[in-house]
Design a protein around this ligand. Structure first.
Ligand code: WTA
Length: 654
């Protein structure tokens, strides 16, 4: 990767102190308390994590070494014995939480189910025994391709209970993508459902599994949960209905004592090449990191109903729907549906119905809600909410302010959480009772996380200057390797910044800057950086400027090669429904960007479009927009695109 300097020009001066009532009841109550914790962790990270491991988790056997660091390979809590399913379930059964709601589930058609800790434990144990009966042993990889139903979480916990690493593949992925992941992981068994409900239609999951298995020879059995009940093909000997096979199976299944460093799961994430990377997480470090981050960032109280809207197919669903909340004994809510034409306000219905207190979602969802208008949330009672969160991409200050005002009623702190599949849990975030927020900033690193903005030699860059986001010390939740490719792990994350004197720095692949208060501003992936006349601009900053104009609902900015300037800014813009595209509006938007950022960011071209090409997890696929802007053929993988017709419309409009 070529050395770049990233110029940062966005200015945001609003500051929101944590409300006093919130701070008083919070886990971490003040800035001073955060700074003390941070300093303590920095001075002796191993002691900091070991103390938490001791007090927060149950161990079958204590570790003998806290950290074994053979850069870039880390082992945490070496020789400890632990089971994350035990920590999420069994240990709560001897407390009053035994009959507390562990999982509240709402289906898209309006059906619902609630599991207490005792009930969830029973389901998981029985599921685990069925897996064993089907020949799954400790160390065997199990594929999970499920809709958002309770059995998705039950399946994950059942795998963890018997030491079979799971690889959850998002239910929106195609049969080809599923096949590649099952083959790479050498999965022995697949857990799926007949289908799932999404936007009033059935997603035919089992059909995709059948296609994938035509060429995934390691898979011997398929366990099928009935959800939608449409007719599906079942292959005798290979496919088993969960409701049949569970009959008479014991619900007694002690949790397997796992080694701290036994693999807990593989989760595939896309990289800069076509082949997805299998990110490997192990047991103890991940359990501790997802547990502690959940506790302090979401400030969980035993009376709270906590809702994270992610899909279990993403890391956010792993860490913050399933493992983190359950390890803390929380009530976690899971929703199958998505906002849809027949009910655009369904999220607000769910909040009202269950009295949700903590709500964690993605900026792309927030921008979509803004576009729908305030009347949907305003028509519901959202007064139960006390804390809001965002994850997945930089949030533009406009969307942050809307979230704060319309959803949070100006009383809820917002935690903008920066992290990655690779980091296992949140790395940079406000602690809501302690750290004042600035719209668009993920604020400060979590205690124990040594984050820095550096150049490609690893030297810290001055405040306000853009650089690369890097982590300078291992942490318990970090990925351990790329499955089957340790070399790729080293190259991708640990060698962009050359190690010095055995000192290795984790390269996150994001551009960011730090302000004079030590707040981090993540500007987006470094591969999303545009260079205009030698000035490098984070795409997010220009997008943010565009979205701050009342006519703009969403914007994506890419660079187009330009002989003179290197690159020219091309903006793809989705308008608010009350505005229509026109040359006048285009000129006005260009002027607006110049006003907000400066002449160097002026888009050479504005293209209006009805929608933007996004991955199924909601990330805009700028690579495709770059090809469109440059007038090139679209090549490479488009399998992760949510809606292919968007691409055709954009082409026609060109
Ligand atoms: C981006 C999701 C800005 C970032 C948990 C990162 C963010 C990538 C934020 C990881 C945030 C995530 N502010 N950018 N709060 N959260 N990102 O692996 O570019 O799906 O590298 O993990 O999302 O995406 P992933």
């Amino acid at each position: 990767m070529a050395e770049v300097t990233i110029d940062s020009t966005l200015q945001e001066s609003r500051l929101f102190e944590p409300p006093a009532e919130f701070s008083q009841q919070a886990e971490i109550k003040s800035l001073a308390e955060y700074e003390q914790l941070y300093a303590k962790a920095k001075a002796d990270p191993q002691k900091f994590w070991a103390d938490l491991a001791e007090t927060e988790l149950h161990w079958f056997q204590k570790w003998d070494t806290v950290l074994d660091w053979q850069p870039p390979f880390a082992q945490w809590f070496v020789n400890g014995k632990i089971n994350i399913s035990y920590n999420c379930l069994d240990r709560h059964l001897t407390t009053w939480r035994r009959n507390k709601a562990a999982l509240i589930w709402e289906g898209e058609p309006g059906d619902s189910r609630t599991f207490t800790y005792a009930q969830l434990h029973r389901e998981v144990c029985q599921f685990a025994n069925v897996l064993k009966q089907l020949g799954v042993q400790k160390g065997d990889v199990v594929g999970i391709y499920m809709p958002m139903i309770p059995e998705a979480a039950i399946a994950m916990l059942a795998c963890a209970r018997i030491g079979a690493p799971h690889t959850v593949v998002f239910g929106g992925f195609s049969a080809e993508a599923l096949r590649d992941r099952l083959k790479d992981g050498k999965a022995k068994l697949v857990i799926t459902a007949d289908g799932g409900w999404r936007k009033d239609a059935i997603v035919p999951l089992k059909e995709q599994v059948d296609k994938a298995l035509a060429d995934a020879p390691t898979v011997k059995n398929v366990l099928v949960v009935q959800r939608t009940a449409q007719p599906i093909a079942m292959e005798p000997g290979r496919d088993h209905w969960w409701h049949d096979i569970r009959q008479g199976v014991s619900a007694d299944c002690p949790a397997e004592p796992m080694d701290s460093e036994d693999m807990l799961f593989i989760l595939y994430t896309s990289g800069s090449t076509g082949k997805p990377k299998g990110v490997v997480h192990t047991t103890a470090g991940y359990n501790l990191y997802s547990h502690v981050t959940t506790k302090w960032i979401f400030d969980l109280k035993d009376t709270d109903v906590y809702w994270c809207t992610a899909d279990v197919g993403w890391i956010t669903g792993h860490s913050y729907i399933v493992y983190g909340p359950l390890s803390n004994g929380a009530t976690t809510l899971m929703y199958e549906g998505a906002p849809r034409a027949s009910n655009p306000g369904c999220f607000w219905d769910v909040i009202e119905k269950y009295g949700v207190n903590i709500f964690y979602t993605a900026p792309t969802a927030i921008r979509a809600f803004m576009r729908m208008g305030d009347h949907e949330p305003n028509a519901r009672n959202l007064s139960s909410l006390r804390l809001l969160g965002t994850v997945g991409e930089p949030i533009n200050p406009e969307a942050w302010m809307w979230y704060h005002r319309v959803i949070g009623g100006e009383r809820c702190p917002i935690v903008d959480t920066w992290w990655q599949t690779e980091t296992g849990g949140v790395m940079i975030t406000p602690l809501p009772g302690a750290i004042a927020t600035k719209p668009g900033s993920a604020t400060r690193p979590f205690p124990g996380i040594l984050a820095e903005i550096v150049d490609l030699e690893g030297n810290p860059v001055p405040d306000h200057e853009g650089g690369y986001l890097a982590i300078q010390h291992p942490w318990p939740g970090m990925m351990r390797t790329v499955y089957g490719d340790p070399d790729r792990f080293r190259r991708t994350y640990w060698e962009h910044i050359p190690p010095q004197d055995g000192h290795y720095t984790y390269f996150a692949g994001d551009g960011a800057r730090k302000d004079a208060d030590g707040y981090f501003w993540v500007m987006g992936r470094v591969d999303d950086v545009i260079s205009v006349a030698g000035h490098r601009l984070g795409t997010m900053e220009i997008e943010s400027a565009l979205v701050s104009h009342p006519a703009v609902a969403e914007a994506a900015v890419v660079g187009k090669p330009d002989e003179v300037k290197g690159e020219e800014v091309v903006a793809f813009v989705t308008l608010d429904p009350s505005f229509a595209p026109s040359p006048e509006l285009s000129a006005e938007l260009k002027k607006h960007v110049v006003q907000e950022i400066g002449a160097l960011a002026r888009p050479g071209e504005i293209r209006f479009s009805e929608a933007l090409p996004k991955t199924r997890s909601g990330k805009i696929m700028r690579r495709l927009l770059r090809s469109l802007a440059a007038g090139e053929e679209i090549t490479g993988d488009t399998s992760t695109l949510e809606d292919r017709s968007v691409l055709d419309k954009l082409r026609e409009g060109a």
